[in-house]
Design a protein around this ligand. Structure first.
Ligand SMILES: [Fe+2]
Ligand SMILES: [Fe+2]
Length: 206
């Protein structure tokens, strides 16, 4: 079989669906490479800042790495703005949807809500902005983690003079995360909180 016969899903046979599943699994196994390609396309987006969106992404990931953060945090930092390409008005939710099956719940939540938290830094400087938008998440178990994510890695990463690692440095980590079994409870670990800064690891990486 190289193509199914049905023209309506309800007419497909079990053999045809097995055939399609095989194709989909093979396609899904290249997600990491497609994301890395998309990240490079971010290089062309959003002019006006002193660094490109790709530069900002790599710088955020570099800071996470140098803070001693674990792989979920580093890949989360690298991809937190990947939604800018297709979802300029909810880029955080879009990025979180991509990450959610493969990273700890804590990291997906912070990526999903970072847009609200980032308003702290400029909500008072734009018309109709709300500096306190993050307050709607007050009391959430990951509130402080997202506040720290934004303060240390996101809002700080627009510096053209910062000594960034290269995107290549992170490729293996992205591949490792997206090669995980989707929604593996041992990865998602609902409620688990890993620190953003691990001092002894940070010292070894600097
Ligand atoms: Fe963002
Ligand atoms: Fe960002």
């Amino acid at each position: 079989m190289d193509k199914v016969n049905f023209t309506q899903m309800k007419d497909g046979t079990a053999e045809e669906y097995a055939f399609l599943t095989e194709h989909e699994t093979e396609y899904a196994s290249h997600t990491a490479d497609r994301l890395l390609k998309a990240l490079v396309e971010l290089d062309e987006s959003l002019s006006g800042y002193q660094i490109t969106r790709l530069g900002h992404s790599v710088q955020s990931a570099t800071r996470a790495w140098r803070d001693g953060a674990d792989i979920d945090w580093v890949v989360g930092a690298l991809l937190h703005d990947i939604g800018d390409i297709y979802a300029p008005y909810n880029h955080d939710e879009y990025a979180a949807a991509i990450l959610r099956p493969f990273v700890r719940e804590q990291v997906a939540w912070c990526v999903q809500t970072h847009g609200d938290f980032q308003m702290l830094y400029y909500g008072d400087k734009i018309p109709g902005g709300n500096q306190h938008k993050r307050d709607r998440h007050k009391g959430h178990p990951y509130f402080d983690d997202c506040a720290e994510f934004c303060e240390r890695w996101d809002q700080a990463s627009f510096d053209p003079d910062y000594d960034d690692l290269s995107l290549d440095f992170f490729v293996g980590m992205v591949r490792e995360v997206f090669a995980r079994k989707p929604y593996d409870p041992e990865v998602i670990r609902p409620g688990a909180r890993e620190p953003l800064v691990v001092e002894n690891v940070a010292v070894a990486r600097r």
